[in-house]
Ligand binder design. Structure first.
Ligand SMILES: [Zn+2]
Length: 149
């Protein structure tokens, strides 16, 4: 049985997804594929200078796993630098914080929040989704309301 790979947490999408040596046409270029979590590992450890322990915690993985990801990343980057290969950042097994807010994504957001206003007394009530203001009665004077904002 294959052990399922736990996702590694990265903070955001990579700022670049392709890195290539100058002056070599893409068609003749070899490339290494750096996984998104490998780039994140390099960033945390080598760029931001965090302790391995801390990096592992941030990515919600064990220290051993972090170590493996980091060495794999370094090997690929070294290969690209030494042998003049392009680096493509792609794939891997990771989760971004934004992915957890995916629920309801694509639905039209109610922002800024819409209110219904009573034309008689000026009372404001939050609009109920799917229910027009013109069918809503003012809680203070009972008049039909109009859409505010
Ligand atoms: Zn009213």
């Amino acid at each position: 049985m294959v052990r399922p790979i736990r996702p590694r947490f990265v903070r955001g999408p990579p700022s670049i997804d392709y890195f290539k040596p100058r002056g070599i046409p893409l068609s003749t270029l070899d490339e290494v594929v750096l996984k998104v979590e490998e780039l994140e590992a390099i960033k945390l450890k080598d760029l931001e200078g965090l302790e391995q322990e801390e990096c592992a915690k941030k990515m919600k993985i064990s220290r051993g796993t972090f170590q493996r990801i980091l060495s794999s990343a370094k090997k690929k980057i070294a290969d690209a630098l030494v042998n003049g290969k392009a680096i493509k950042v792609e794939g891997g097994n990771y989760k971004m914080p934004v992915a957890r807010m995916g629920r309801g994504f694509g639905r039209r957001a109610q922002w800024p929040p819409t209110v219904c206003v009573c034309p008689v007394c000026g009372n404001q009530q939050p609009k109920v989704a799917g229910f027009p203001c013109s069918q809503m009665k003012c809680s203070k004077c009972g008049s039909l309301m109009v859409r505010g904002d």
